[in-house]
Design a protein around this ligand. Sequence first.
Ligand SMILES: CC(C)(COP(=O)(O)OP(=O)(O)OC[C@H]1O[C@@H](n2cnc3c(N)ncnc32)[C@H](O)[C@@H]1OP(=O)(O)O)[C@@H](O)C(=O)NCCC(=O)NCCS
Length: 216
Amino acid sequence: MRLTKDNIVVRSATVEDAILLNQWWNDGRAMEHAGFPYGVGESLEETIKNIKSRKDESGQLCIIEIDGKAVGELSYRIEDNTAYPGWKICDFDYQNKGYGTKIILLLFEHLFNFVDRIVWDTMIENTRAQHVYERKIGARRVGTRENCWKDQTGKYRTAVDYEMTKEEFLVNRKKDRDFFDLLIEEEKKHFEGWDFSYLESTNRMQEFPLSWNYWH
Ligand SMILES: CC(C)(COP(=O)(O)OP(=O)(O)OC[C@H]1O[C@@H](n2cnc3c(N)ncnc32)[C@H](O)[C@@H]1OP(=O)(O)O)[C@@H](O)C(=O)NCCC(=O)NCCS
């Protein structure tokens, strides 16, 4: 599998990615959000086995590349017309720059070729992820599961559940496109009737400061 958008590539992981994936999964800082502050403690052999087990569209493990650099991973499994994905930008320098939102939407566009529903969750403490899901991709918060599992430190954690149907995805996409068209129209209107002849003939703004011009 290979998905691309602008400078983002999402591609199936290969055995050559095993060392990097293994480093990320065993890194407590990268795995804390999932309840593994000490890392998952997986051997390289187990990671290789994991990569090799993902053979077809029903379950993929992918590397996220930005400008040709591997910065994170995503995975999903498909069962009964529903996809269950997860994603992680592991290189902190690439978080909070708008990439996560784009990557999730790119993945959803792909998954909705195969399923009618996507279901996933996050931890209650992960307010950034919740903001992205609710405010940026328009996902439906289905509910929370209080103290539903014990993390690596023995602490009970609460999960927040999300869902999006293919229909919701298409409606959101249409709304985005309509809004984008509206912005383009508004931008055109903004300069209608303005006289740019001085600028065009001289390649300069007014000789005198604009504020002075307003006064006289
Ligand atoms: C969650 C994740 C996929 C989001 O991707 P991202 O590229 O970092 O997010 P974006 O830049 O697209 O959007 C971040 C938004 O969250 C907001 N945000 C940042 N920190 C926040 C916080 N602590 N609480 C609430 N919102 C926050 C940002 O302001 C931005 O919103 P805005 O564009 O409206 O200003 C990514 O950060 C990640 O992989 N994190 C580590 C692993 C993880 O949490 N995976 C998800 C598990 S369910």
